[in-house]
Design a protein around this ligand. Structure first.
Ligand code: ADP
Length: 427
């Protein structure tokens, strides 16, 4: 099946076109035909695409809304200019898979989008007011462009964490707040945590029941998940993505009382303080320089700037603290899995997080760690009791695969699957 994967934002549309079916999933033979994004929708939009053959193209065209953007994209895909031989007409696209941010407690799995599912996604708008409305717009735009008969599937960022037990997802606040307003921890990055967990099972040839790992998604947003018997039993993000690890621009955990204090002292509304914790904090806030880890590491190397050093130390310390907490919560784990832009590409950050985890049996292999950049692999010594792996995430591939599985009625608790060879898929 040719699956168009969409991630609809407020003014952007990220997309990938992936050929997959149940056989390809089990054999890891999925093929990515193109990937790209349309940005600045609502004005002079910029479309950047890259095809399997390595052809990169960029277009600027006025696109008033997401429907226009999708129509434009599909038009390009079917045109000769795209060079995508597999898609000659709109009818060659068999399904659309959507990333949906919040599925609340309604969706513990991906779902074929029916009117009822759409209503469920709407009901979760309160929980993700900035994201779910855009995801819904993307779904409606696809219905308009492809017609109501084309199967569409929603894959939720929160679903993987629906297995977390009450003791871990409830806040110790008056219980009626959970009953009345659904105030609880949901967790995010579920598609990424699930992808790397499933991939770990394949690499280690272990069953779901034998999969006990802590997955660390370290990108611009950062989160950790405690995965026991292949299921998420705790995660660092909470009601919103603000809780937990230190991130590029998010604070992660803070004492909730500081919100009011900052508001009073700085003359801000609580909304403004929340924005400050989301966009001006984390690595950027501490360093006063940037949220880009590459730049921070260069700065540290070249100038040994105190605040830069502090930002990196606090970032790594918090990650290590969560690893320790999760090891205790889940009664030990077999491995830590690093993913996300930082987790996949920065041996220096991984080494700092892993240092002082020797007590837990983790022995980093420095040369493996240094060589594993943007690649899959084990970075601990063979004798390590607690292993560490790097597994590049691929959320779009999981969305495409779930789209196929849901349409074929096989979405429940999918079996571990092979990943395609890098050269087959990565473009
Ligand atoms: P997003 O969460 O937006 O998907 P990514 O997963 O792409 O983000 O991660 C972005 C982060 O990855 C940035 O902070 C960037 O500094 C970091 N990063 C990317 N490449 C490297 C690298 N080679 N070394 C260190 N950090 C890197």
């Amino acid at each position: 099946m040719n699956v168009l994967v969409l991630n609809s934002g407020s003014s952007s549309l990220k997309f990938q076109l992936i050929v997959t079916d149940l056989d390809s999933i089990s054999q890891g033979k999925d093929v990515r035909l193109c990937r790209g994004q349309i940005e600045r929708i609502g004005g002079e939009a910029i479309t950047a695409v890259q095809t399997r053959q390595g052809l990169r193209q960029k277009f600027t065209v006025s696109l008033p809304d997401i429907s226009a953007a999708l129509e434009y994209l599909v038009h390009w895909i079917v045109s000769d200019a795209s060079g995508i031989a597999e898609i000659q007409a709109i009818g060659d696209i068999d399904a659309v898979g959507h990333r949906v941010v919040h599925g609340g407690e309604l969706f513990a799995e991906s779902a074929v989008i029916t009117d009822e599912v759409l209503k469920g996604i709407e009901e979760c708008i309160d929980l993700a007011p900035l994201h779910n409305p855009n995801n819904i717009k993307g779904i409606l735009a696809a219905r308009q462009v492809f017609g109501p008969k084309l199967p569409q599937v929603a894959v939720f960022d929160t679903s993987f964490h629906q297995s977390i037990p009450e003791q871990a997802f409830l806040y110790a606040v008056p219980y009626h707040l959970y009953r009345r307003h659904h105030i609880r921890r949901y967790g995010f990055h579920g598609t990424s945590h699930r992808y790397v967990t499933e991939r770990y099972r394949v690499l280690r040839a272990v069953s779901k029941e034998q999969t006990h790992v802590i997955t660390l998604h370290l990108g611009n947003g950062c989160s950790a998940a405690a995965v026991r018997e292949g299921r998420s039993v705790d995660t660092s993000m909470g009601m919103t993505p603000l809780e937990g690890l230190v991130m590029g621009t998010r604070s992660g955990d803070v004492d909730p009382a500081v919100v009011n204090l900052i508001a009073i002292k700085e003359g801000l509304s609580t909304h403004e303080v929340e924005a400050l914790l989301n966009t001006q904090s984390g690595l950027l806030g501490i360093s006063g320089l940037t949220n880009d880890v590459r730049v921070l590491l260069e700065e540290l190397r070249d100038h040994d700037d105190r605040r830069v050093r502090l930002a990196i130390e606090i970032f790594c310390y918090r990650a290590r603290k969560y690893i320790g907490a999760f090891l205790a919560c889940m009664g030990g784990a077999d491995a830590i899995v690093f993913t996300g832009g930082i987790g996949e590409n920065s041996p220096a950050i991984r080494a700092r997080i892993c240092e002082a985890l020797e007590w837990a049996g983790l022995k980093l292999d420095d040369s493996r760690n240094d060589q594993t950049v943007g690649l899959e692999g084990q970075i601990t010594t063979e004798s390590s009791r607690l292993h560490a792996f790097v597994i590049p995430t691929d959320e779009e591939l999981l969305i495409a695969r779930d789209t196929v599985r849901c349409i074929k009625g096989e979405c429940h608790d999918s079996q571990a699957e092979r990943s395609p060879k890098a050269e087959e898929l990565r473009i």
